[in-house]
Design a protein around this ligand. Structure first.
Ligand SMILES: Cc1cc2nc3c(=O)[nH]c(=O)nc-3n(C[C@H](O)[C@H](O)[C@H](O)COP(=O)(O)OP(=O)(O)OC[C@H]3O[C@@H](n4cnc5c(N)ncnc54)[C@H](O)[C@@H]3O)c2cc1C
Length: 482
């Protein structure tokens, strides 16, 4: 997504852009797989921050609505616990507060309203100076905010963990678990991620969109935009080297030996895939990697649970899940399971007993390069994962011929130098957000985009990183002309 957005912006501004993509289709993690007779979104499913894409299209004189059919989701997600209890969260805060009141009592409902206000405050504080700006250091951030912004910056609780800060609001452990899960949106543990990630709650309330035809349409739409601006796409074109001559970027060479000359290169792979001399920050050490996942894309009949589009199934011991992944480098005995029921509208609804398209996901350590899961371990994990769903009331008829499983090793193969980490470096500790590289590589003419660089992972953030990289490229061209 970073590369696609950069291509659209650069082509619009008159650069001759060639996109070299090693896969057969655009989108990267936003990919689609074939399971049985169904084509299933195998990557991101929650589409937020639509305004970032509106801006991308509007700057090119186009309307996103002409290319993507986006339906606002009133129901954000359905949550279920193995020990009992179900809770729907809605885009409408008052509706969610009512649901929380019925689920956990009036005190927790009030706490939720305070939490929402805090989340919105953090978002407003950081959206401009951090998310939308070129990578700031902590000092830059303070400068950008100015003295008058200091109280707001302090309220973002940069020194605290997400889990700790959630304890200010919720006493029901299930609610802390539910909102703590936002850390996983950037591949982090709620016990180590900064409290600033509370802003994700606000981002979701601001709008989660269902994409007609599936998430992959977003990648296709941005590819179309870039092509209309004049960019050329080459698929099955793996870049083996970013060429450097006389101290600056000269182009790329492809795995087949072909050389493509260029004044600038925007690199959209994981930053760890670049050689050290080209990277402005060190490669991510194994223990610094963000979450990987095991995913099952299934065409399957389901029964017993009224699935919504987005569903989360929790076991009891959430701390164990992250201790297992980040300390013991294994998958928890009973991991949280996310299920996207891709044929269901926002509120669920019947699929008439027909096989439906599902993506099931559990978090995993990003050790796909050093400790790939064996067949027996994967079978066992499958049994535990679908066993947890069963314990929550959902039975899924699994058929091997209609199921595609992707492991951390599989993700490592798709996204080189990551071990399967899906979100770059884990956003852990109070300086975690500042350890990502900015848009500039270490060699003149080399620029960086994607979830492993600022402002971080997630589809809209990656798009933003591409726009920031494009802006830097154009600044570089302007400086060279001067
Ligand atoms: C299972 C899953 C669920 C997710 N859920 C969500 C979600 O619900 N919402 C959300 O917002 N985000 C989600 N994310 C995260 C989101 O998908 C990513 O942060 C974002 O799409 C990453 O974009 P990117 O720009 O980093 O590029 P990537 O998606 O990493 O793509 C990089 C591209 O570069 C190509 N490439 C790499 N090296 C080379 C090379 N040497 N030569 C040529 N091509 C190369 C790759 O093939 C790939 O196409 C999810 C991710 C996954 C995997």
């Amino acid at each position: 997504m970073g590369g696609l957005a950069a291509a659209a912006d650069l082509a619009r501004r008159g650069a001759a852009v060639t996109v070299c993509e090693r896969a057969a289709a655009p989108g990267g993690k936003m990919r689609r797989v074939q399971a049985g007779t169904a084509s299933i979104d195998a990557g991101p499913t929650v589409f937020t921050m639509r305004h970032i894409f509106e801006g991308l299209f509007a700057d090119a004189g186009e309307r996103i609505a002409d290319h993507l059919d986006l339906v606002p989701a009133g129901l954000l997600a359905r949550h279920a616990w193995r020990a009992g209890g179900r809770l729907d969260l809605f885009a409408d805060v008052a509706q969610s507060a009512d649901a929380i009141g019925a689920f956990a009592g009036a005190k927790e409902a009030r706490a939720y309203l305070e939490f929402c206000a805090r989340s919105a405050d953090i978002y407003r504080t950081l959206a401009g100076p951090f998310i939308a700006g070129q990578r700031p250091s902590p000092l830059d951030l303070v400068r950008r905010m100015g003295l008058r912004g200091m109280p707001a910056l302090w309220r973002t609780a940069p020194m605290r963990t997400l889990w700790g800060a959630l304890g200010d609001h919720f006493t029901d452990p299930r609610l802390r678990q539910l909102f703590g899960r936002y850390a996983t949106y950037v591949g982090a543990s709620p016990w180590q991620a900064p409290a600033t990630l509370m802003l994700i709650a606000h981002v979701e309330q601001d709008g989660v969109w269902l994409v007609h035809g599936g998430m992959h349409q977003v990648a296709q739409a941005v590819r179309g935009l870039a092509e209309r601006q004049g960019a050329t796409f080459r698929f099955g074109a793996e870049v083996s080297e970013v060429l450097v001559e006389r101290g600056r970027v000269a182009g790329v060479s492809l795995a087949g030996g072909e050389r493509i000359e260029a004044d600038a290169v925007v690199f959209n792979g994981d930053i760890s895939a670049l050689p050290g001399a080209q990277r402005p920050v060190p490669a991510t050490p194994r223990r610094g990697r963000s979450l990987s996942a095991v995913t099952w894309c299934l065409q399957a009949r389901t029964a017993g649970f009224d699935l919504a589009h987005h569903n989360v199934f929790f076991a009891e011991d959430y701390a164990e899940e992250f201790d297992a992944i980040f300390r013991r480098r294994t998958i928890a005995t009973a991991p949280t399971v996310y299920v996207c029921a891709q044929d269901r509208g926002e509120a669920g609804g019947a699929v008439d007993g027909a096989p439906e398209r599902l993506l099931a996901l559990v978090n995993a350590p990003a050790d796909g390069d050093v400790a790939p899961l064996g067949t027996a371990a994967l079978d066992d994990l499958g049994d535990r994962t679908f066993g947890l769903l069963q314990a929550c009331g959902l039975s899924v008829e699994r058929r091997a011929e209609a199921s595609i499983v992707t492991t951390p090793a599989g993700f490592h193969g798709l996204f080189p130098a990551t071990g399967g980490a899906l979100y770059g470096r884990a956003n852990h500790g109070m300086t975690g957000s500042f350890r990502r590289a900015g848009s500039a590589g270490r060699v003149p003419g080399l620029y960086l985009a994607g979830g492993s660089v600022h402002p971080g992972p997630g589809v809209p953030m990656a798009a933003m990183s591409g726009r920031l990289a494009a802006a830097r490229v154009l600044e570089g061209f302007a400086a060279a002309r001067r």
